[in-house]
Design a protein around this ligand. Structure first.
Ligand code: AMP
Ligand code: TRP
Length: 330
Protein backbone atom coordinates (compact mmCIF):
# COMPACT_ATOMS: atom_id res chain seq x y z
CA UNK A 1 0.00 0.00 0.00
CA UNK A 2 1.27 3.47 -0.88
CA UNK A 3 2.22 5.85 1.87
CA UNK A 4 1.35 9.36 0.74
CA UNK A 5 2.74 12.53 2.29
CA UNK A 6 2.13 16.15 1.45
CA UNK A 7 2.55 19.48 3.16
CA UNK A 8 0.95 22.87 2.71
CA UNK A 9 1.83 26.26 4.17
CA UNK A 10 -0.61 28.09 6.46
CA UNK A 11 0.03 31.40 4.74
CA UNK A 12 -2.30 33.65 2.80
CA UNK A 13 -5.74 32.81 1.55
CA UNK A 14 -5.73 29.59 -0.40
CA UNK A 15 -6.50 30.00 -4.09
CA UNK A 16 -7.84 27.84 -6.88
CA UNK A 17 -4.29 26.66 -7.75
CA UNK A 18 -3.73 25.33 -4.24
CA UNK A 19 -7.16 23.78 -4.27
CA UNK A 20 -6.83 21.99 -7.62
CA UNK A 21 -3.09 21.28 -7.45
CA UNK A 22 -3.03 20.10 -3.85
CA UNK A 23 -6.04 20.08 -1.48
CA UNK A 24 -8.55 18.17 -3.66
CA UNK A 25 -5.89 15.64 -4.48
CA UNK A 26 -5.18 14.96 -0.80
CA UNK A 27 -8.87 14.20 -0.46
CA UNK A 28 -8.91 11.91 -3.51
CA UNK A 29 -5.75 10.15 -2.48
CA UNK A 30 -6.84 9.44 1.07
CA UNK A 31 -8.49 6.28 -0.26
CA UNK A 32 -5.55 5.19 -2.40
CA UNK A 33 -3.21 4.48 0.45
CA UNK A 34 -2.12 5.67 3.83
CA UNK A 35 -2.37 9.47 3.64
CA UNK A 36 -0.34 11.79 5.85
CA UNK A 37 -1.07 15.51 5.46
CA UNK A 38 0.72 18.24 7.30
CA UNK A 39 0.25 21.97 7.74
CA UNK A 40 3.82 23.21 7.65
CA UNK A 41 3.95 26.13 10.07
CA UNK A 42 7.72 25.88 10.50
CA UNK A 43 8.19 26.52 6.79
CA UNK A 44 6.10 29.67 7.13
CA UNK A 45 8.61 31.22 9.55
CA UNK A 46 11.31 31.40 6.87
CA UNK A 47 10.04 34.70 5.42
CA UNK A 48 8.85 37.90 7.18
CA UNK A 49 5.59 37.16 9.03
CA UNK A 50 3.40 38.10 12.01
CA UNK A 51 3.02 35.46 14.76
CA UNK A 52 -0.70 36.18 15.26
CA UNK A 53 -1.39 35.97 11.55
CA UNK A 54 0.49 32.69 11.34
CA UNK A 55 -1.68 31.17 14.08
CA UNK A 56 -4.98 32.33 12.68
CA UNK A 57 -3.88 31.32 9.18
CA UNK A 58 -3.24 27.84 10.51
CA UNK A 59 -6.81 27.53 11.77
CA UNK A 60 -8.10 28.98 8.49
CA UNK A 61 -6.27 26.34 6.53
CA UNK A 62 -7.14 23.45 8.86
CA UNK A 63 -10.83 24.35 8.59
CA UNK A 64 -10.55 24.71 4.81
CA UNK A 65 -8.96 21.29 4.39
CA UNK A 66 -11.59 19.63 6.55
CA UNK A 67 -14.32 21.50 4.67
CA UNK A 68 -12.84 20.19 1.42
CA UNK A 69 -13.36 16.65 2.67
CA UNK A 70 -10.14 15.62 4.33
CA UNK A 71 -11.16 13.00 6.86
CA UNK A 72 -8.95 12.76 9.97
CA UNK A 73 -10.28 9.25 10.58
CA UNK A 74 -8.97 8.03 7.24
CA UNK A 75 -5.80 10.11 6.93
CA UNK A 76 -3.30 11.46 9.43
CA UNK A 77 -3.78 15.23 9.55
CA UNK A 78 -1.49 17.32 11.75
CA UNK A 79 0.61 20.42 12.33
CA UNK A 80 4.32 20.16 11.59
CA UNK A 81 5.56 21.89 14.76
CA UNK A 82 3.67 19.38 16.94
CA UNK A 83 6.11 16.70 15.81
CA UNK A 84 9.61 17.85 16.77
CA UNK A 85 11.20 14.99 14.83
CA UNK A 86 10.78 17.02 11.64
CA UNK A 87 13.17 19.71 12.86
CA UNK A 88 15.59 17.16 14.26
CA UNK A 89 15.68 15.17 11.04
CA UNK A 90 16.22 18.36 9.08
CA UNK A 91 19.41 18.99 11.03
CA UNK A 92 20.63 15.43 10.55
CA UNK A 93 19.94 15.60 6.81
CA UNK A 94 21.86 18.83 6.31
CA UNK A 95 25.00 16.69 6.48
CA UNK A 96 24.01 14.89 3.26
CA UNK A 97 22.70 18.00 1.49
CA UNK A 98 25.11 19.97 -0.68
CA UNK A 99 25.36 23.71 -0.24
CA UNK A 100 25.55 24.13 -4.02
CA UNK A 101 22.38 22.09 -4.46
CA UNK A 102 20.45 24.48 -2.22
CA UNK A 103 21.89 27.48 -4.05
CA UNK A 104 20.34 26.20 -7.28
CA UNK A 105 16.77 26.14 -5.93
CA UNK A 106 14.67 28.54 -8.01
CA UNK A 107 12.12 29.05 -5.23
CA UNK A 108 14.92 30.23 -2.94
CA UNK A 109 16.13 32.66 -5.59
CA UNK A 110 12.61 34.01 -6.17
CA UNK A 111 11.67 34.32 -2.52
CA UNK A 112 14.99 35.71 -1.32
CA UNK A 113 14.79 38.52 -3.89
CA UNK A 114 11.68 39.75 -2.06
CA UNK A 115 13.05 39.61 1.49
CA UNK A 116 14.82 42.31 3.43
CA UNK A 117 16.41 39.66 5.65
CA UNK A 118 17.23 36.50 3.70
CA UNK A 119 17.08 34.01 6.56
CA UNK A 120 19.21 30.89 6.77
CA UNK A 121 15.88 29.12 7.24
CA UNK A 122 14.78 30.15 3.77
CA UNK A 123 17.97 28.64 2.40
CA UNK A 124 17.50 25.32 4.22
CA UNK A 125 13.72 25.23 3.60
CA UNK A 126 14.05 22.33 1.11
CA UNK A 127 15.90 20.22 3.71
CA UNK A 128 13.00 20.63 6.14
CA UNK A 129 10.68 19.64 3.32
CA UNK A 130 12.82 16.54 2.68
CA UNK A 131 12.68 15.72 6.40
CA UNK A 132 8.86 16.04 6.37
CA UNK A 133 8.56 13.29 3.80
CA UNK A 134 11.52 11.08 4.72
CA UNK A 135 10.49 10.94 8.42
CA UNK A 136 7.55 8.77 7.33
CA UNK A 137 9.32 6.67 4.68
CA UNK A 138 6.57 7.95 2.39
CA UNK A 139 6.78 6.82 -1.24
CA UNK A 140 4.30 9.20 -2.90
CA UNK A 141 4.25 13.01 -2.75
CA UNK A 142 1.28 14.75 -4.44
CA UNK A 143 2.18 18.38 -5.17
CA UNK A 144 1.80 21.04 -7.86
CA UNK A 145 4.32 21.58 -10.62
CA UNK A 146 6.24 24.28 -8.75
CA UNK A 147 7.54 21.68 -6.26
CA UNK A 148 9.36 19.45 -8.77
CA UNK A 149 12.80 20.77 -7.93
CA UNK A 150 12.21 20.30 -4.19
CA UNK A 151 11.06 16.71 -4.74
CA UNK A 152 14.15 16.02 -6.84
CA UNK A 153 16.29 17.35 -3.99
CA UNK A 154 14.65 15.11 -1.38
CA UNK A 155 15.25 12.10 -3.62
CA UNK A 156 18.93 13.01 -3.87
CA UNK A 157 19.16 13.49 -0.11
CA UNK A 158 17.55 10.10 0.58
CA UNK A 159 19.79 8.33 -1.94
CA UNK A 160 22.88 10.00 -0.57
CA UNK A 161 21.93 9.09 2.99
CA UNK A 162 21.33 5.45 2.07
CA UNK A 163 24.64 5.23 0.23
CA UNK A 164 26.65 7.04 2.92
CA UNK A 165 25.16 5.39 6.03
CA UNK A 166 22.69 2.54 5.57
CA UNK A 167 19.43 1.88 3.71
CA UNK A 168 17.11 3.64 6.12
CA UNK A 169 15.18 5.98 3.88
CA UNK A 170 12.61 5.48 1.15
CA UNK A 171 13.26 7.48 -2.03
CA UNK A 172 9.91 9.15 -2.72
CA UNK A 173 8.22 9.92 -6.06
CA UNK A 174 6.46 13.21 -6.82
CA UNK A 175 3.03 12.94 -8.42
CA UNK A 176 1.64 15.89 -10.33
CA UNK A 177 -1.90 16.41 -11.61
CA UNK A 178 -2.44 15.66 -15.31
CA UNK A 179 -4.56 18.76 -15.61
CA UNK A 180 -4.33 21.66 -13.23
CA UNK A 181 -0.73 21.20 -12.06
CA UNK A 182 -0.12 24.85 -12.83
CA UNK A 183 -3.18 27.08 -12.67
CA UNK A 184 -2.38 30.48 -14.16
CA UNK A 185 -3.30 34.00 -13.11
CA UNK A 186 -6.55 34.88 -14.93
CA UNK A 187 -5.39 38.44 -15.66
CA UNK A 188 -1.82 37.49 -16.50
CA UNK A 189 -1.91 33.94 -17.87
CA UNK A 190 1.84 33.94 -18.41
CA UNK A 191 2.41 33.62 -14.66
CA UNK A 192 1.03 31.12 -12.18
CA UNK A 193 -1.67 31.90 -9.67
CA UNK A 194 0.13 32.34 -6.35
CA UNK A 195 -0.23 33.64 -2.82
CA UNK A 196 2.18 36.51 -3.24
CA UNK A 197 3.02 37.02 -6.89
CA UNK A 198 -0.25 37.03 -8.81
CA UNK A 199 -2.74 39.86 -9.44
CA UNK A 200 -5.74 40.34 -7.14
CA UNK A 201 -8.16 40.37 -10.09
CA UNK A 202 -6.70 37.24 -11.57
CA UNK A 203 -6.52 35.18 -8.37
CA UNK A 204 -9.60 33.21 -7.37
CA UNK A 205 -9.70 32.39 -3.66
CA UNK A 206 -11.47 29.26 -2.49
CA UNK A 207 -13.64 31.33 -0.16
CA UNK A 208 -14.42 34.17 -2.61
CA UNK A 209 -18.09 35.16 -2.85
CA UNK A 210 -19.82 33.60 -5.88
CA UNK A 211 -20.33 37.02 -7.48
CA UNK A 212 -16.64 37.82 -7.07
CA UNK A 213 -15.73 34.53 -8.72
CA UNK A 214 -18.05 35.21 -11.67
CA UNK A 215 -16.59 38.69 -12.07
CA UNK A 216 -13.00 37.47 -12.02
CA UNK A 217 -13.71 34.91 -14.74
CA UNK A 218 -15.66 37.42 -16.78
CA UNK A 219 -12.65 39.70 -16.95
CA UNK A 220 -10.17 36.86 -17.61
CA UNK A 221 -7.55 37.71 -20.24
CA UNK A 222 -7.72 35.57 -23.40
CA UNK A 223 -6.30 36.47 -26.85
CA UNK A 224 -7.45 38.00 -30.11
CA UNK A 225 -7.89 35.05 -32.46
CA UNK A 226 -11.31 33.96 -31.16
CA UNK A 227 -10.72 30.24 -31.30
CA UNK A 228 -11.45 27.97 -28.33
CA UNK A 229 -8.57 25.54 -28.57
CA UNK A 230 -6.18 24.00 -26.03
CA UNK A 231 -2.63 25.15 -26.73
CA UNK A 232 -0.89 26.24 -23.50
CA UNK A 233 2.15 27.80 -25.20
CA UNK A 234 0.25 29.85 -27.84
CA UNK A 235 -3.01 30.42 -26.02
CA UNK A 236 -2.25 30.42 -22.28
CA UNK A 237 -5.40 32.29 -21.22
CA UNK A 238 -7.89 30.09 -23.08
CA UNK A 239 -5.99 26.91 -22.18
CA UNK A 240 -6.03 27.83 -18.50
CA UNK A 241 -9.80 28.38 -18.64
CA UNK A 242 -10.28 25.01 -20.36
CA UNK A 243 -8.19 23.25 -17.72
CA UNK A 244 -10.09 24.86 -14.87
CA UNK A 245 -13.42 23.98 -16.46
CA UNK A 246 -12.33 20.38 -17.04
CA UNK A 247 -11.36 20.00 -13.38
CA UNK A 248 -14.47 21.74 -12.05
CA UNK A 249 -16.76 19.58 -14.18
CA UNK A 250 -14.73 16.41 -13.73
CA UNK A 251 -14.21 15.92 -17.47
CA UNK A 252 -11.33 16.15 -19.96
CA UNK A 253 -10.10 19.20 -21.85
CA UNK A 254 -10.67 17.39 -25.17
CA UNK A 255 -14.35 16.92 -24.32
CA UNK A 256 -14.77 20.68 -23.91
CA UNK A 257 -12.95 22.14 -26.91
CA UNK A 258 -15.88 21.73 -29.31
CA UNK A 259 -18.47 23.06 -26.89
CA UNK A 260 -17.70 26.78 -27.21
CA UNK A 261 -17.36 29.10 -30.13
CA UNK A 262 -17.25 32.38 -28.20
CA UNK A 263 -14.83 33.37 -25.46
CA UNK A 264 -17.64 35.10 -23.55
CA UNK A 265 -19.57 31.81 -23.29
CA UNK A 266 -16.49 29.94 -22.16
CA UNK A 267 -15.72 32.49 -19.43
CA UNK A 268 -19.29 32.47 -18.14
CA UNK A 269 -19.36 28.66 -18.11
CA UNK A 270 -16.07 28.40 -16.20
CA UNK A 271 -17.21 30.99 -13.66
CA UNK A 272 -20.43 29.10 -12.98
CA UNK A 273 -18.72 25.73 -12.83
CA UNK A 274 -16.16 27.04 -10.33
CA UNK A 275 -18.88 28.56 -8.15
CA UNK A 276 -20.60 25.14 -8.02
CA UNK A 277 -17.29 23.35 -7.51
CA UNK A 278 -16.37 25.46 -4.48
CA UNK A 279 -19.88 25.81 -2.98
CA UNK A 280 -19.72 22.75 -0.68
CA UNK A 281 -16.44 23.98 0.82
CA UNK A 282 -17.85 27.46 1.45
CA UNK A 283 -20.91 25.95 3.12
CA UNK A 284 -18.96 23.79 5.53
CA UNK A 285 -16.14 26.21 6.27
CA UNK A 286 -17.66 28.73 8.72
CA UNK A 287 -18.78 26.16 11.32
CA UNK A 288 -15.46 24.36 11.26
CA UNK A 289 -13.47 27.59 11.51
CA UNK A 290 -15.53 28.84 14.45
CA UNK A 291 -14.45 26.01 16.74
CA UNK A 292 -10.72 26.43 17.33
CA UNK A 293 -10.73 24.05 20.30
CA UNK A 294 -12.09 21.31 18.08
CA UNK A 295 -9.49 22.07 15.41
CA UNK A 296 -6.76 21.84 18.05
CA UNK A 297 -8.11 18.52 19.16
CA UNK A 298 -8.19 17.14 15.64
CA UNK A 299 -4.64 18.30 14.94
CA UNK A 300 -3.41 17.01 18.31
CA UNK A 301 -4.82 13.54 17.69
CA UNK A 302 -3.19 13.56 14.24
CA UNK A 303 0.16 14.61 15.68
CA UNK A 304 0.14 11.68 18.07
CA UNK A 305 -0.29 9.22 15.22
CA UNK A 306 2.33 11.02 13.14
CA UNK A 307 4.84 11.09 15.95
CA UNK A 308 4.54 7.36 16.55
CA UNK A 309 5.87 6.82 13.00
CA UNK A 310 8.40 9.66 12.77
CA UNK A 311 10.08 8.96 16.12
CA UNK A 312 10.94 5.40 15.01
CA UNK A 313 12.38 6.54 11.70
CA UNK A 314 14.42 9.33 13.26
CA UNK A 315 15.77 6.92 15.88
CA UNK A 316 16.95 4.66 13.03
CA UNK A 317 18.54 7.62 11.26
CA UNK A 318 20.36 8.78 14.39
CA UNK A 319 21.58 5.26 15.01
CA UNK A 320 22.81 4.83 11.43
CA UNK A 321 24.71 8.12 11.70
CA UNK A 322 26.39 7.21 14.98
CA UNK A 323 24.61 9.98 16.85
CA UNK A 324 23.69 9.14 20.45
CA UNK A 325 24.01 5.71 22.07
CA UNK A 326 23.58 2.48 20.09
CA UNK A 327 19.88 1.92 19.56
CA UNK A 328 18.43 -0.82 21.72
CA UNK A 329 16.54 -3.37 19.59
CA UNK A 330 13.53 -5.18 20.91
P1 AMP B 1 1.73 26.53 -0.85
O1 AMP B 1 0.50 27.33 -0.62
O2 AMP B 1 2.84 27.27 -1.51
O3 AMP B 1 2.15 25.73 0.36
O4 AMP B 1 1.33 25.44 -1.95
C1 AMP B 1 0.51 24.36 -1.62
C2 AMP B 1 0.35 23.41 -2.78
O5 AMP B 1 -0.33 24.06 -3.87
C3 AMP B 1 1.66 22.88 -3.37
O6 AMP B 1 1.51 21.50 -3.62
C4 AMP B 1 1.81 23.65 -4.65
O7 AMP B 1 2.53 22.92 -5.62
C5 AMP B 1 0.36 23.83 -5.09
N1 AMP B 1 0.18 25.02 -5.94
C6 AMP B 1 0.52 26.30 -5.64
N2 AMP B 1 0.21 27.15 -6.66
C7 AMP B 1 -0.34 26.36 -7.65
C8 AMP B 1 -0.88 26.64 -8.94
N3 AMP B 1 -0.92 27.87 -9.45
N4 AMP B 1 -1.39 25.59 -9.66
C9 AMP B 1 -1.38 24.34 -9.16
N5 AMP B 1 -0.87 24.01 -7.94
C10 AMP B 1 -0.36 25.00 -7.18
N1 TRP C 1 7.15 23.51 -0.01
C1 TRP C 1 5.78 23.11 -0.22
C2 TRP C 1 5.03 24.29 -0.88
O1 TRP C 1 5.40 25.42 -0.80
C3 TRP C 1 5.09 22.77 1.08
C4 TRP C 1 5.68 21.56 1.73
C5 TRP C 1 6.42 21.50 2.87
C6 TRP C 1 5.58 20.20 1.27
N2 TRP C 1 6.76 20.23 3.18
C7 TRP C 1 6.28 19.41 2.23
C8 TRP C 1 4.98 19.59 0.17
C9 TRP C 1 6.39 18.03 2.07
C10 TRP C 1 5.10 18.21 0.03
C11 TRP C 1 5.79 17.44 0.97
O2 TRP C 1 4.02 24.07 -1.47
Amino acid sequence: MARIFSGIQPTGQKHLGNFIGAITRYVEWQDRGEGIYCIVDLHATTVAYEPKVLRSGLYDLAALMLAAGLDPERAIFFRQSDVPEHAELQWLLTSVTAYGELQRMTQFKDKSAKQELVSAGLFTYPVLMAADVLAYRADTVPVGDDQRQHVELMRNVAERFNARFSEQLVVPEGVYPEIGARIMDLSDPGSKMSTTGSTEKGTVYVLDEPKTILKKFKSAVTDSDNEVRYAPADKPGVSNLLEILAVARGTSVAALEGEFTRYGDLKAAVGEAVVDYLAPVRERYADLRADEAQLEQTLGAGAEKARAIASEVVADVRDAMGVGPVRARV
